[in-house]
Each structure stands twice: as C-alpha cells, then as structure tokens.
Design a protein around this ligand. Structure first.
Ligand SMILES: Cc1cc2nc3c(=O)[nH]c(=O)nc-3n(C[C@H](O)[C@H](O)[C@H](O)COP(=O)(O)O)c2cc1C
Length: 223
C-alpha cells in the first residue's frame, strides 16, 4: 500500500447461509429478465430513472475514470428524431442487407426488423456514450483506460437495476450510431454504445421463445 489516502470500507459481514440465500434469490430474479421490444406508453417518473442511473454510475472503471455519459430522454420530439434516424440505419441493415446474409440468418429467430416503434412508445430512452479519451480544462487530451470494459460493466449494472426496479428494457444498437452524437449534441471524444429503452412492457407482450445455455456450459471451476 502507498500513502494515498484511504477510508474504512463500508461492508456488511453476513453468515454464509445468508450469502447463499441472497445470491440464489438474486440469480432467480435476474433469470426472469427478458429483452422487451413491445413497450407500453405508461409514464415512468424521472426519479426512478435517476436512481437506476445512480447504480450505473457506481460501476467500477479503469483508473476510476468513469468514462461514460448517459443521456436520459423522455422528450417526444427527440425520441421521434432518434426513431427516424435509427430506422433509416436499420432499413439499410435489414432491407438492403448491409448486415450480410449470415448476420441476418443469426437474427432471424428473434423476429426483429427495421421497424422500431418502441423508440417513441417507451417513456424513456437512455443513450450510453463511452469517452474514448477525456479533455482537461486546458483542452488537453486525458488518456482513458479500458473504456469499452468500463462502459459494458456500467451497462450491465444499469440493466440489472432496471429489472430489479420492476421495469423492462431493450438493449438497442442500430449501426452505425453516430447520429446520436448529432441529435444529442455529444462531443467528438464520446462514442455511442447503445440505446437502453426503458419502460413497462405492453399488455400481453410476447418475447422470442429462445433458451439460454445452462450456466454449467459457459462456466468452469478450478478448485
Ligand atoms: C450488445 C447488445 C446489442 C443488442 N442489440 C439489439 C438490437 O439492436 N435490437 C434488438 O432487438 N435486440 C438487441 N439486443 C438484445 C438481444 O437480442 C437479446 O439480449 C438476446 O436475444 C437475448 O434475449 P434476452 O435478453 O431476452 O435474454 C442486443 C443485446 C446486446 C447485449
């Protein structure tokens, strides 16, 4: 340890039985998360979005640089702009087959296409940007470390927070997404990562009948 200032850790020590029960309960709760593509227009108060964003902003990050920016949008005019721009990109992707045959084949089981009504129907869009580098007060570049990893971890925490709050989300990545910088006036050093669509699912919402690999297939232990 160096002489960099430290403070006591706030940590609750729990008996192992409680740890097992809590981790089991959380796994069961998170297993019910599904990506939703059919949203209700039911409003969600800004306070709930602020709270889930606080969870995202508490994520670990390379050198604690927190190289992210979240833009939360409920303004119907801005949502409409985003839908129009996203659908134009998605038209190229799906209809003019910019994705290529293989990618379109791999997506077929999800039933997605270039129509993105949820970008207007859902009460909130959270657009996530990752700062490839920072800029100091003199306008000089600040090197950032592990931006994609840090933003990905913050996104995972955001998605978990949204689900735990009782809301649904869709991770949406129209490609390319540079139009988001223009519409949302974000600077050149920030790259858009994704749009997290947040709200209540529509009544009788259906989701693709897909399965997940059992965790035993994608995890291993060395003990
Ligand atoms: C990085 C990433 C990008 C995604 N992009 C899209 C997208 O653009 N459109 C979409 O409908 N779903 C998108 N998804 C959602 C996935 O299709 C979905 O997570 C996957 O099919 C598993 O379904 P589940 O989330 O219900 O478990 C994306 C997910 C991730 C993690």
């Amino acid at each position: 340890m160096t002489d960099a200032p430290h403070i006591p850790l706030r940590f609750t020590h729990r008996p192992i039985a409680e740890i097992e029960a809590r981790s089991q309960t959380f796994a069961e709760q998170m297993a019910t998360r599904r990506t939703v593509r059919d949203f209700a227009s039911t409003p969600v108060p800004r306070a709930a979005i602020e709270a889930v964003l606080r969870t995202a902003c508490s994520a670990p990050s390379g050198a604690n640089q927190q190289p992210w920016h979240f833009v939360a949008i409920s303004d119907p005019a801005v949502k409409q702009q985003i839908r129009t721009a996203a659908e134009a990109e998605e038209y190229e992707f799906y209809v003019n087959k910019r994705a290529g045959k293989q990618w379109l084949r791999d997506l077929a089981h999800l039933g997605t296409d270039h129509h993105k009504p949820f970008l207007e129907t859902a009460p909130w869009l959270i657009v996530v940007f990752g700062a490839r580098y920072g800029i100091d007060t003199n306008g000089e570049r600040i090197k950032h470390y592990y931006t994609p990893e840090s933003v990905g971890i913050a996104m995972g925490m955001l998605i978990a927070a949204v689900h735990q709050a009782g809301l649904a989300s869709l991770t949406h990545t129209p490609a390319p997404m540079k139009f988001l910088n223009e519409i949302l006036s974000r600077p050149e050093n920030e790259s858009p990562y994704l749009i997290l669509v947040v709200g209540y699912p529509a009544e009788n919402c259906q989701v693709p009948a897909i399965t997940r690999k059992p965790a035993t297939e994608t995890t291993s232990f060395i003990e």
